[in-house]
Design a protein around this ligand. Structure first.
Ligand SMILES: [Zn+2]
Length: 251
C-alpha cells in the first residue's frame, strides 16, 4: 500500500493525466511531493501520469540533487549518474530528468506538491510570440485566485539541468519583483509547472491556467485580450472573500 503522501501524488498524477483534459498524453509531464526535510517522491522516467502506480514513483534525496544546480556544465552521462545516485532505493526506477527542478521548487516555503504538464492551450500561447503577454497579465478574477497575480516565464532551454537552472533564476526574479511566491511557471515552447501546499492547489492552478489560455487565444482572435488593470489585479489579491475561496480550494 502506498503511504498517504504517495497516494496523494498518484491522485494528482491521475487527475493531470486524464485524457479528456489534454494536459499530458503518453509519457508527458511529471509530478512530485515532499516526503520529509530530506526526501521527495517524483515520477519515474518514461512512465505515464494517467496510469501512474506506486512503483512508477522514486524517492530521491534533496542533498543529492540540489548541488547539481551549482554545476556549470555536466555531460548527459554525469546528469544520469546524478539522478540514479539520488534514489533512496537503488532498485527503484530512474527519476525523471526534471527531478532537479522538482527538488528545487519543493524547497520553497510552503510548497509540498509540484506538477508539470504540456497543457495544449497553454502551449498554443507558449509557442506563439505572445507568451510574455499571457504570463505577466491577468484577464479575469478566478485566474488571479487560482494562478496568482503573475506567472514566471522561462525562455526555452534544454530540458534537464539547464532548464532547472533557468527555472530557479526566473522564479527568484519574479518573487523579488512581486513579493509573492508564484503558483504557475510557464516554459516557452515546452509547458507549464504549478506548485502548491496541496495536490488540489497544483491541480486547480493547472486547470485554471489551461482555461485562461483558451480565453486568451479566443480573445486574441477578436483583437484582444483586454487585460485587467494592475489596480484591479491588486484588489482581487487583497480581497478577504477571495482569500476565503482560496482556502476552500485548499490553495
Ligand atoms: Zn516537460
Amino acid at each position: 500500500m502506498p503511504t498517504p503522501l504517495v497516494q496523494e501524488l498518484l491522485t494528482l498524477s491521475h487527475e493531470l493525466g486524464r485524457e479528456d483534459r489534454g494536459l499530458a498524453i503518453l509519457g508527458e509531464g511529471n509530478t512530485s511531493v515532499r516526503l520529509s526535510d530530506d526526501t521527495f517522491a517524483v515520477k519515474a522516467s518514461g512512465t505515464c501520469l494517467g496510469t501512474l502506480k506506486e512503483e512508477d514513483t522514486v524517492e530521491c534525496r534533496f542533498s543529492a540533487l540540489l548541488p547539481l544546480l551549482e554545476k556549470t556544465s555536466l555531460t548527459d552521462k554525469e546528469i544520469d549518474d546524478g539522478l540514479l545516485a539520488a534514489r533512496v532505493d537503488p532498485k527503484a526506477k530512474k527519476p525523471s530528468v526534471e527531478a532537479v527542478f522538482h527538488a528545487w521548487l519543493l524547497t520553497l516555503p510552503g510548497i509540498k506538491f509540484v506538477g508539470h504538464t504540456h497543457a495544449t492551450a497553454v502551449n498554443q500561447v507558449l509557442c506563439s510570440p505572445r507568451a510574455r503577454d499571457f504570463a505577466v497579465n491577468r484577464m479575469f478574477p478566478d485566474e488571479i485566485v487560482c494562478c496568482g497575480s503573475a506567472s514566471v516565464l522561462v525562455p526555452y532551454t534544454d530540458p534537464g539541468l539547464q532548464l532547472a537552472q533557468a527555472i530557479r533564476q526566473e522564479t527568484k526574479a519574479l518573487i523579488q519583483q512581486i513579493g509573492q511566491q508564484p503558483r504557475v511557471i510557464l516554459i516557452q515552447n515546452h509547458g507549464t509547472i504549478t506548485l502548491g501546499a496541496s495536490w488540489q492547489a497544483v491541480l486547480t492552478a493547472m486547470l485554471m491556467a489551461e482555461k485562461a489560455a483558451k480565453v486568451f487565444v479566443g480573445a486574441a482572435v477578436l483583437g484582444g485580450p483586454v487585460f485587467l488593470s494592475g489596480k484591479n489585479v491588486e484588489r482581487i489579491v487583497g480581497r478577504p472573500d477571495e482569500a476565503y475561496r482560496q482556502r476552500a480550494l485548499k490553495m
